[in-house]
Design a binder for this molecule. Structure first.
Ligand code: IVH
Length: 700
């Protein structure tokens, strides 16, 4: 999509636009450049999963574009990156006709089915071997997109295959789908492309966590979450779900005058995937394989089934397509499916088991979650023995009784789910599940506001809650203290080493070293990881505090809106609500957190231990000859400790960044520098210097 040269140019433009933003405003004359730069970064982030700039920098550029457009409304175009969430467009969800029916696929379940299908295909074509394009079968909701003169003009759901619902505005929220794509360079004036909208496993989990916080029932699997998301009336909510899309099929084309048929431009399905990829779509260009003959197909399907769990999104099989488009035409279709393609479905991820017991777990917010203990059942290579039942209503809805036979599905990566109970198999020995009235850990009475579904322990000092809060604080997306993990937190708490979050920074390492099973190396690593966490950027600390309703996105908003975390304590409810995506409920929770003097004391303690409560992304307030200059240190420096070097830079007004981006001025490298150095080499504006050169800079 972007050649190395253009990539370089766009990086330079990014650096220069960010530089201008630092000094003054971006001029309207640079509007198109700014749009192209934003499109490029959307592509790096959403299609390639390899961003060059931080979210903060992207937001700064995006806001600059919004500002220019607000001052010059006549210059707004429908394909501007700001127009994904355009006011007044709305989805009308009206029924629209598919110009070519959206067919389904025939299914196959094993190698014999595929061999059979290949034999028929060879007979029909008269060939002795067929080339197939094999790609993942994405488990989401299928969509149809129409581009007219390079602009996205209509998006629709599959519906019944001949008629779907119009969902253009919702589809515009998916950032990996370009609003404009240069099909005209292929001689195409109008094209319908098809694909699948999905929710990654990570975003699915985050979405279910959010539902749980709001006491709403969880969604069963990412597929349901994706198709539900496409029908939401509020497009901002759709944007928040972070949907993704893979495009894998050209439905029909109208060629411009110069070319008469698509075949003039493309001869194979794989070339169509390549075209979409080149035009900035996420097509399975990297995931697909051209297989000569059915044996290669079977081998590739098996290979993919093995790595199914390592993928960031759900797939439920593979799709095998005859690659040659003329041959596809010749083979034709039935009223239900094309004859030139077949789905190979992976083994079902369901099983039945018996519900033996229900245990009750207390989370960090005090929510009490019932967890079913079932007879071990192997589903998709994993043995399931424990399944969350979410809340009391879920137990009632699923009509669950102790001793019931239950149907279990393992949706997502590891999240097992009870699909239903099977009352028809009851013997009379089953008994009702009785929800406790007291906290199973601290024995205080549980409470449940009338409008909520979750019973809570409201004793903030409940041991279970304290431990869960510490676990959350150390977790990967929070402070990322590697080597700690749930088990160590529980153990150190039991031993009295951990009492609260700040005690993480006062662990008695000498005593830990003498514990059985704790090798010197692993304790050293843990100590380093804890030390390292002090430098985590502010948004991670905010997220790690586990303030109710403050997920990663809100944590970033809060971090960007403040110079120092404790400043938030001075903000009123009204001021909090002026922040993006902060409504009354979230603001209320933040306000409550910062009104509690114990929480303020906790933050002061953390700051005293050296944690980052300042917003390092904002300009440094120190005076010195490094004012406004950004640094990042990587590798082992010859004489200075990294923390010392950072302090020296900051003392002279420098700012330490958390990652390599176009905003970085100097990367100071020591021995064994890794990916940061590699990334910096790609950005021409970043100067790569040694410790010696860094010290010289300080002295200048
Ligand atoms: S091709 C005319 N390719 O699976 C051929 N479909 O069970 C159109 N699907 O309705 C379909 N991944 O929603 C194709 N790589 C892929 C796919 C795929 C998922 C879905 C699609 C289809 C359903 C059939």
């Amino acid at each position: 999509m972007y050649s190395p040269d253009i990539t370089k140019q766009l990086q330079q433009s990014t650096a220069s636009l960010l530089q201008q933003l630092n000094e003054k405003e971006i001029e309207p004359i640079q509007l198109e450049l700014l749009r192209n730069v934003l499109r490029f970064h959307e592509y790096r982030y959403y299609v390639l999963n390899d961003p060059f700039i931080s979210d903060y920098e992207y937001d700064q550029l995006y806001k600059a574009l919004e500002k220019i457009e607000a001052a010059n409304p006549a210059l707004i175009t429908p394909a501007s990156p700001t127009q994904r969430v355009a006011k007044g467009l709305g989805n009308d969800f009206k029924k629209v006709q598919h110009l070519v029916p959206m067919l389904s696929l025939e299914n196959s379940y094993n190698a014999d089915d595929l061999i059979d299908w290949d034999r028929k295909a060879k007979e029909a074509s008269g060939l002795t071997e067929i080339e197939y394009c094999v790609e993942p079968k994405f488990d989401g909701a299928s969509i149809s997109l129409i581009y007219q003169d390079d602009l996205l003009v209509r998006a629709a759901t599959r519906g019944d295959g001949s008629e779907g619902e119009e969902i253009t505005t919702n589809i515009r929220q998916i950032k990996s789908i370009p609003l404009t794509a240069a099909f005209s360079t292929y001689g195409i004036s109008q094209i319908e492309i098809r694909g699948e909208v999905l929710l990654s496993k990570k975003n699915f989990k985050a979405y279910n966590d959010q539902l749980a916080e709001e006491n709403l029932p969880p969604l069963a699997n990412p597929r349901n979450a994706a198709s539900g998301s496409l029908r939401i009336k509020d497009e901002k909510e759709v944007a928040r779900r972070n949907l993704e899309a893979f495009l894998y099929h050209v439905g029909f084309v109208t060629m411009s005058a110069t070319k008469s048929t698509l075949y003039d431009v493309l001869h194979t399905h794989s070339a169509a995937l390549k075209m979409m990829w080149e035009l900035g779509f996420r097509s399975p260009e990297k995931e697909k394989k051209i297989c000569k003959g059915i044996d290669e197909v079977i081998a590739y399907c098996n290979e993919y089934e093995q790595k199914r769990d390592t993928l960031p999104y759900e797939i439920d099989g593979m799709v095998i397509k005859v690659d040659d488009l003329l041959l596809q035409d010749k083979m034709g279709m039935t009223s239900h499916h094309p004859r030139w393609a077949i789905a190979y479905k992976f083994k079902a991820r369901q099983g039945t088991s018996k519900l033996r017991n229900v245990e009750y777990q207390v989370g960090r917010t005090g929510a009490v979650t019932p967890v079913a203990k079932i007879d071990p059942v192997a589903i998709g290579g994993v043995t399931v023995t424990s399944i969350s039942l979410h809340n009391q209503d879920f137990i009632a809805e699923k009509d669950l009784m102790m001793g019931d036979t239950v149907l279990v599905e393992r949706a997502g990566d590891v999240i097992p789910y009870i699909v239903k109970s099977m009352p028809e198999l009851r013997t009379g020995d089953e008994s009702p599940i009785i929800f406790p009235t007291q906290c199973p850990v601290c024995k205080s009475d549980l409470v449940k506001p009338a409008e909520e579904a979750v019973w809570r322990c409201i004793n903030y000092q409940c041991e279970a809650q304290i431990v869960e809060r510490i676990i959350h604080f150390t977790s990967k997306d929070a402070m990322d203290i590697r080597g700690m993990g749930d088990a160590n937190v529980r153990k150190f708490y039991e031993l009295g080493y951990l009492k609260n979050i700040p005690s993480l920074y006062q662990l008695p390492f000498e005593q830990i070293r003498s514990l059985e099973g704790y090798g010197a190396k692993s304790v050293d690593n843990l100590q380093t990881a804890i030390e390292h966490s002090k430098k985590q950027p502010l948004f991670r600390l905010i997220y790690a505090l586990g303030i109710r309703f403050v997920g990663e996105a809100t944590a970033k908003t809060l971090a960007n809106a403040t110079n120092h975390l404790l400043d938030i304590a001075n903000k009123s409810m009204e001021e909090l609500q002026q922040m993006e995506d902060v409504g009354p409920r979230v603001a209320g929770s933040i306000f409550e957190f910062f009104s509690n003097s114990e929480n303020i004391a906790l933050l002061q303690q953390l700051e005293a231990f050296g944690l980052q409560l300042k917003n390092e992304q904002k300009e440094s307030t120190h005076d010195g000859n490094l004012n406004g200059i950004t640094f990042l240190f990587t590798g082992t420096l010859p004489t200075l400790k990294r923390s010392e070097a950072e302090k020296m830079a900051e003392e002279q007004g420098g700012t330490i960044l958390s990652g390599v981006s176009a905003k970085l001025n100097y990367l100071v490298v020591g021995e064994d520098a890794g990916s940061k150095l590699e990334k910096a080499k790609k950005i021409t504006t970043v100067k790569i210097i040694s410790e010696e050169e860094f010290i010289a800079l300080l002295k200048k």
